[in-house]
Design a protein around this ligand. Structure first.
Ligand code: C5P
Length: 305
């Protein structure tokens, strides 16, 4: 069936642990990570374009640095649409609109969410019903975090992050996401990681047992104490103020505090929405904000019925 337009959403991700190994020959780093999808969403709408070519526009609050999203061929949602079209042998472009709810270049995989949402939206638009395995392979071609944005929930990531295995976990959590006015480039943070480890042996990354135990039992205090991120020292070198932000969140009763992925967004673990608001209030007392509140885990990219 052909549709007039299809809308899909995809969530932001956080890394509950982010173990980073020695840089590979292809320039990527081996990862051992636990992803969690959290309730901050980008929405992607696809519709037929008047002249059959591809087009893209990006909407959303400038507080999220929306104007930094490229609207050329490098846009990840457009690349996703084109990749799926090539895979399906379809020769017509679509008009894509991205409505951002995820901070841009914040370490929350917003671009990956756009790609995942575009894949499921275009697939539904064309009525293609592409098998899940094929969508996951296309997702991996688009970026290391894109397969997880399709899967959602809580999952283990390996390889360069693109190999995703859902994890059996208990409990649901609230995250206070402290935004930063200015994004950080993921490659720049990985480069800084390499500089910091020059001349040292970097071990193969592992997922901490304590983290998996905390997730299996739903023990929030244990979870907070087991959060880890090997990119955090590199993010601190590029943005020294982040260290103080984490400290203030812990002081403000967060169960855990960590830089999100490659940063610069900071995450604070809370027990429920009122607790999250209490942590945010404490941060605000130090002039830190704005924040978003996000429950986790939530499902991956899906078409809005
Ligand atoms: O896969 P993605 O396009 O999201 O990666 C963006 C950049 O982040 C890569 O070009 C690389 O510099 C860095 N990266 C890395 N190791 C990973 C994932 C990303 O070095 N596992």
């Amino acid at each position: 069936m052909r549709h007039v337009e299809v809308v899909a959403t995809a969530p932001a991700k956080v890394n509950l642990c982010l173990g980073v190994g020695p840089v590979r020959a292809d320039g990527f780093h081996p990862l051992a990570t636990v992803y969690q999808a959290v309730g901050l969403y980008d929405e992607v709408t696809v519709r037929a374009s008047t002249d059959g070519s591809w087009g893209i526009e990006v909407e959303g609050d400038e507080r999220l640095s929306v104007s930094e999203v490229p609207t050329d061929d490098t846009n990840l949602a457009m690349r996703a649409g084109k990749l799926l079209a090539a895979h399906l042998g379809i020769d017509a472009g679509l008009q894509i609109t991205i409505d951002k709810g995820i901070p841009v270049a914040g370490g929350l995989a917003g671009g990956s969410a756009d790609a995942a949402a575009a894949l499921v939206a275009c697939d539904a638009f064309w009525g293609a019903r592409t098998p899940r395995e094929e969508l996951l392979e296309l997702a991996a071609e688009l970026g290391s975090d894109v397969p997880f944005a399709l899967v959602g929930g809580t999952a283990i990531g390996s390889g360069r992050g693109e190999l995703v295995t859902p994890a059996m976990t208990r409990g649901s959590y609230w995250w206070v996401v402290l935004e930063s006015g200015q994004g950080l480039s993921t490659p720049a943070v990985y480069r800084e990681f390499d500089v910091m480890h020059e001349g040292h042996t970097v071990p193969e990354p592992q997922i901490p047992d304590t983290l998996m135990e905390a997730l299996r039992s739903g023990d929030i205090e244990k979870l907070g104490a087991s959060l880890s991120n090997d990119l955090q020292p590199a993010a601190f070198r590029l943005r020294p103020e982040l260290e103080q932000s984490l400290f203030h969140g812990l002081e403000g009763s967060a169960h855990g505090a960590i830089v999100s992925g490659s940063g610069p967004s900071c995450l604070f673990l809370a027990e429920g929405r009122p607790h999250a608001e209490q942590v945010a209030g404490w941060l605000k007392g130090y002039g830190l904000g704005p924040v978003s509140f996000a429950p986790g885990p939530v499902p991956g990219a899906r078409v809005v019925p």
